[in-house]
Design a protein. Structure first.
Length: 157
């Protein structure tokens, strides 16, 4: 019995050692709730050409994206698209490397019923850049919510 428990403990330690935290957002989104039918849009790329190809597929194109130093960085973008009011938000909560997969945890928020919101079109997005060295050996970038449900993924070549 003790051997089984020891073997399970060693297995959990070895599996956990394979996960590396690359980014953690200090902003707490535990109280966020999202009631919407729009899918999460996302982009991540190691080259400017691939980035531009992925951005061209987003509807509508996200405004005001920061510049990327393609020699040193790779960007990760999450985007909710166009909304007719304020009160919507999206955030990258963390990025973990698990083997050949980058797992990007995302939170989304919509305004509560009856909430006071800006009456203007908004384009909720969040973008981070990570050192390009973290992309080495990565084959897939997987986007998940707080409950670890898959929202989408990108294969990196």
């Amino acid at each position: 019995m003790y051997r089984l428990i020891f073997a399970l403990l060693v297995g959990f330690i070895l599996l956990g050692a394979n996960e590396v935290v690359l980014y953690e957002n200090p902003r707490d989104t535990a109280s966020w709730a999202y009631e919407g039918n729009r899918p999460l849009q996302f982009a991540a790329a190691g080259t400017q050409e691939e980035w531009e190809r992925q951005l061209a597929q987003l509807e509508p194109m996200p405004p005001n994206l920061p510049e990327v130093d393609w020699e040193q960085e790779f960007p990760i973008l999450v985007y909710l698209g166009e909304h007719p009011t304020g009160g919507y938000a999206v955030q990258i909560d963390g990025v973990h490397a698990v083997g050949r997969v980058l797992v990007v945890q995302v939170s989304r928020r919509s305004p509560a019923p009856g909430a006071m919101v800006t009456m203007a079109f908004t384009y909720p997005k969040d973008m981070i850049t990570l050192p390009k060295e973290h992309l080495e050996g990565v084959e897939t970038i997987r986007f998940v919510n707080r409950d670890k449900e898959l929202l989408g993924e990108i294969d990196i070549f």
